[in-house]
Design a protein around this ligand. Structure first.
Ligand code: PMP
Length: 435
């Protein structure tokens, strides 16, 4: 199903006012985007009246799907009392307490509005704490749009350099060369390389920025020796470890780092903790978070933000997260396990060249026989990109929105029968493949 008449009409208007007709690069268009009229639980309905099971959930944000009534009711009650103030409210304390109580590495927290800002302030906090500017980060991992976090994210085989010395590829023309000079790129799951490169740059590094299961590297798990190499090297040289859990916090009640057994110095969070409204958060040990402490004069690191900790995001986030009890996380994970097993069984039945990854409520279907192990292996060949596109189109024709990038997620609004439907559509898709 191509986007219909109404989407085409809206795109005509959009093209006049937005460069390329969209206002974020991540909008899918082929060549026209599908404009949404509204969301409805696990589904979205486009402006032409077509209904889709939504496996994007705004890039994994909506852990309860669209229109989660308890959060909306709480927000509705709040709206008439005011949506933002220069004063603090009780709502920020409520959400902060919930996160501090759940997430072992978070003793104190600050709120901002996006994951980009959360990553940015986590890096700045590491700098303010250590007095060093440099960062180490994982090749190909996505962390939003702060320069130091996005360098090295857009490499291609032509630019990424030798495997033992990955290049800090600038992410836009005109990016200051100093950004690349201050950034050390590590390859995911390359323990030896991580040790060597962190040691070589140790006196310049403030932090290692990690995502334990980067979506752009195919939602593959981190290898234990890689995590150990990063954490041990960082500790040894007095470098902080930042876990970007903007996406992967949804992996468990206590977040991703707890699940994989590490205690980072700082965590950047976002997405699910805002209950469908804009949010970001920086949390960590009391000692490191003290860089934000301005009680005795100017803080080492000043962080404000006109909409930071706005009560709408705080209330929606708290209500959504309260509903994510340990039992609900466990149920979502069971659904994810059952889906990944059913997708894998379909691959085996058809002896197809596909493989499934992911954890908890996250999954990805790879048009490849084996799982990648770093960004270079995850980087799609033209054939793989074409396969992903045709699979996504098949799903769309069957009423399922499977994001083109392939990172997909479940929500508590989904039912066991939705799981069966996804597995069945994939099985039928594989049935269309030539043997
Ligand atoms: N880090 C990760 C791991 C992300 O997935 C994202 C967003 N997809 C970000 C940071 C940036 O978050 P935001 O889009 O809210 O700025």
């Amino acid at each position: 199903t191509l986007p219909g008449y109404e989407s085409n009409q809206l795109f005509l208007r959009s093209r006049r006012v937005f460069p390329d007709g969209t206002t974020r690069a991540t909008v899918e268009r082929d060549p026209v985007p599908r404009y949404v009229l509204r969301g409805d639980g696990a589904h979205l309905i486009d402006v032409d009246g077509q209904r889709f099971l939504d496996l994007s959930n705004n890039f994994t944000t909506l852990i309860h799907g669209h229109g989660f009534a308890p959060a909306l009711d709480a927000v509705a009650r709040l709206l008439h009392d005011g949506t933002c103030f220069s004063n603090p409210t009780v709502h920020e304390i409520d959400l902060a307490e919930l996160l501090v109580d759940r997430i072992p590495a978070i003793e104190q927290i600050r709120f901002v509005n996006t994951g980009t800002e959360a990553v940015m302030f986590a890096i700045k906090a590491a700098r303010a704490f250590t007095g060093r500017a440099g960062i180490a980060k994982i090749e190909g991992a996505y962390h939003g749009s702060y320069d130091w976090a996005e360098v090295g994210q857009v490499g291609t085989p032509a630019t990424w350099g030798p495997p033992d010395a990955p290049v800090a590829v600038p992410s836009y023309a005109g990016m200051p060369t100093s950004v690349a000079d201050e950034t050390v790129i590590l390859r995911f799951n390359d323990a030896e390389g991580a040790r060597r490169r962190i040691a070589a740059a140790a006196d310049r590094l403030s932090c290692v920025l990690l995502d334990l299961m980067p979506s752009r590297i195919g939602l593959i798990p981190p290898e234990a020796d890689f995590i150990a190499a990063v954490v041990e090297s960082a500790r040894h040289h007095g470098i902080l470890v930042i876990c970007d859990e903007v996406l992967n916090l949804r992996q468990s009640y206590r977040g991703a780092s707890a699940r994989y057994g590490i205690e980072p110095d700082l965590i950047a969070a976002g997405k699910i903790i805002g209950g469908g409204f804009p949010i970001g958060a920086i949390g960590g040990s009391r000692q490191v978070m003290s860089v934000f402490d301005g009680s005795a004069g100017r803080a080492k690191l000043v962080q404000g933000g006109t909409f930071s900790a706005n009560p709408v995001s705080m209330v929606a986030g708290r209500v959504s997260m309260e509903a994510m009890t340990e039992e609900v996380f466990a149920r979502l994970e069971e659904m994810g396990d059952r889906l990944r097993a059913a997708l894998t069984a379909a691959v085996e039945r058809h002896q197809a060249h596909y493989v499934i990854s992911g954890a908890a409520s996250l999954f990805k279907i790879h048009a490849n026989q084996t799982l990648p192990h770093d960004y270079r292996e995850a980087y799609p060949t033209p054939e793989q990109a074409a396969s992903m596109k045709s699979m996504s189109e098949f799903f769309r024709d069957q009423g399922i929105f499977l994001p083109l990038g392939g990172t997909a997620c479940l929500s508590t609004a989904m039912t066991e029968s939705d799981i069966d439907t996804i597995a069945d559509v994939f099985d039928r898709y594989l049935g269309t493949m030539p043997r």
